[in-house]
Each structure stands twice: as C-alpha cells, then as structure tokens.
Design a protein around this ligand. Structure first.
Ligand SMILES: [Zn+2]
Length: 137
C-alpha cells in the first residue's frame, strides 16, 4: 500500500459532509487524502482570530507533506455552515457564495504564502439531494 496520498483536505467538522465528500473529490482526481476537520473549514485560515488554530492547521499541512508527500491542499467551505451563523447570515444563496469566495481566496493566499510549493484548490460544498456538489470557487 502506497504511503503517499493525493491531497490534504481541510473541511468543516459538520457531520453532514464527511461521508459525502469523497465522491465529488474523486471527480477531481483526488482518490486519497488526509482529512483535517475544524469548525468553519477554512474560516480560521481566512480570519485573524485564533492564530493558534491557523498555526495548528499549518502544522498539520506540514506533517501531511512530510509523511504522505502531499503537494495539493483542498480548502472546503460549505453551505449553511454553523460556524458562520448558518444560512440566516446571508440574505440569499448568491450572497453566501460570494462571501465564501472571499473567505476561500483569503485562506488560499495564506496557505500559498506559507507553502509556496503547494497547489491550493478552493471549493464550496453544497448539498444536491442526497449528494454533495463541490463547486470550484
Ligand atoms: Zn460548518
């Protein structure tokens, strides 16, 4: 069994998404991944709040690179995320999507600054019936 994997995935701890995330990741050619779950997904990479959380996420990325040869990081924020106050935080889905686009852009910049050699991919997870869509943002 190979001891390398395709990506490091940072996603929210929300139980509704863990099992459903693997199928859409496969469609992105990510068949194996280290999974780090924190409330809000990339929230504390984007924010200046709780720098210790950000540092711990960076530490996990470092470990994933060292142990599993990871060259790609996937940052996943999701629809109706309680860490951001849930759907009621935004007046509509478009506003929510735009907000997360900004969050993920900021988070991506932080990861890229810390790890210039890594490819960083950002997606927004949205339920579609029983399945989950990962929209590139
Ligand atoms: Zn969440």
């Amino acid at each position: 069994m190979s001891h390398t994997c395709d990506a490091f995935v940072l996603a929210c701890m929300d139980f509704r998404f863990h099992q459903k995330i693997s199928e859409p990741l496969k469609k992105m050619q990510i068949n194996s991944y280290d999974l780090k779950c924190d409330a809000g997904g990339a929230k504390f990479l984007a924010s200046s709040e709780k720098p210790a959380v950000r540092d711990w996420i960076f530490e996990n990325i470092k470990i994933s690179m060292r142990l599993h040869g990871v060259k790609k990081v996937v940052l996943v924020n999701h629809y109706d995320c309680g860490a951001y106050g849930g759907n009621k935080t935004w007046t509509n889905d478009e506003a929510q999507l735009n907000f997360h686009r900004e969050q993920l852009t900021q988070a991506k910049a932080r990861v890229a600054e810390k790890f210039p050699g890594l490819e960083v991919v950002t997606v927004f997870a949205k339920p579609e019936g029983e399945k989950l869509d990962l929209l590139p943002l």
